[in-house]
Write a protein that binds this ligand. Structure first.
Ligand code: IPM
Ligand code: MG
Length: 362
């Protein structure tokens, strides 16, 4: 299979982790006889520095002509405490999501048993958790009208029926292949946009009579997620509620450094770790590349339909964890100090596992 992948390393630890994503994909291509070609493009702070624009036209073009996009992370501390800066790295990512119509953000929360002790939650509470978040990604308060005067600022949360219908369908389709329950998260006791969300989800639910719908307010959902995460299977949320809940849910899995995501629409899809650019550890070779590597597994499966290749990547990550190797963010009291590795070391071990599997199959 021939595939073209555009790599947007972005900012901070982005390059450190995407370089491993690329190496893993190259090894998979070698194992299974595929041809993957890669091209790089700028996004975020690095793009602002080079061109003044967080999403240069050239980047968008390179994304549109690709079969899949691998993204690291965007963001830089320089913008955090300076609200006067009008051009910001995150605008590049948001514009990219919008331009590519990536309205469905899929974030799986799966527990690697090996990491049960790395979570701040009790082992018995989290073992066996398997949640699939469907976060709406191109609407809601992220893209509503904004207004700012000296004393007043407004961000509006807008949803149309169409926007809710299409993401809801994706969530229900997934639920049909799983536990047949969808938790739809909103704040319908306060917000009109949530009341429209709820009514629309109920309408779509009629097309899937086998699936149970449970509506939950966002504040309750945030609490239930750590009280008893196993009650959730498919979770359907708007843009901002999903942003918040998935960061929270990352702690169930032990670390943000483990969570992959896929953003899909009707054109090319984008695959990225859910963590940020982590400027505090950038350039130190200590970031966890596993979320990015697991994002390539999602790419292989969802974008290219390469299920066995995808499983191979996940199996390699699991094998390395089983041997006790960890990055800083997922170590626990039992971790052998010699097994706490740097980005490049753990990336290499995962790569070696995939290489070793080649001889098994060929
Ligand atoms: C995410 C991130 C982004 C978001 C930021 C970087 C704009 O937090 O992908 O979850 O809020 O969507
Ligand atoms: Mg986020």
């Amino acid at each position: 299979m021939n595939k073209k992948i555009t790599v947007l390393a972005g900012d901070g630890i982005g390059h450190e982790v995407t370089s491993w994503g690329v190496k893993i994909l190259e090894q998979i291509a070698d194992n299974f006889g595929h041809q993957f070609s890669f091209q790089n493009a700028l996004l975020g702070h690095s793009a602002i520095e080079a061109t003044g624009n967080p999403l240069p036209d050239e980047t968008l073009e390179k994304c549109l002509e690709a079969d899949a996009i691998l993204l690291g992370a965007v963001g830089h501390p320089k913008y955090d405490n300076d609200p006067s800066l009008k051009v910001r790295p995150e605008q590049g990512l948001l514009k990219l999501r919008k331009s590519l119509g990536l309205y469905t953000n899929i974030r799986p929360i799966e527990i690697f048993d090996e990491l049960a002790d790395a979570s701040s939650l009790k082992k018995e509470l989290i073992s066996g958790v398997d949640i699939l978040f469907f976060r709406e990604l191109t609407g809601g308060i992220y893209f509503g009208e904004r207004n700012r005067t000296e004393d007043i600022a407004t961000d509006s949360m807008t949803y149309s029926k169409m926007e809710v219908e299409r993401i809801a369908r994706r969530a229900f389709e997934a639920a049909m292949t799983r536990r047949k329950v969808v938790h739809s998260i909103d704040k319908a006791n306060v917000l009109d946009s949530s009341r429209l969300w709820r009514a629309t989800v109920n309408k779509i639910a009629k097309e899937y009579p086998a699936v149970e719908v449970i509506h939950m307010y966002i504040d309750n959902a945030a609490m239930q997620l750590i009280r008893y995460p196993k009650q959730f299977d498919v979770v359907l949320t708007g843009n901002m509620f999903g942003d918040i809940l998935t960061d929270e849910a990352s702690q169930i899995a032990g670390s943000l450094g483990m969570l992959a995501s896929a953003s899909i629409g009707d054109k090319v899809g984008l695959y990225e770790p859910i963590h940020g650019s982590a400027p505090d550890i950038a350039g130190q070779n200590i970031a966890n590349p596993m979320a990015t590597i697991l994002s390539t597994a999602l790419m292989l499966d969802i974008a290219f339909g390469l299920k066995e290749e995808s499983r191979t990547v996940v199996a390699a990550v699991v094998a390395v964890l089983k041997k006790g190797y960890r990055t800083q963010d997922i170590k626990d009291e039992q971790t052998d100090i010699d097994k706490i590795l740097q980005t490049d070391q753990i990336g290499q071990l995962i790569l070696d596992e995939i290489k070793a599997m080649k001889s098994v199959f060929s």
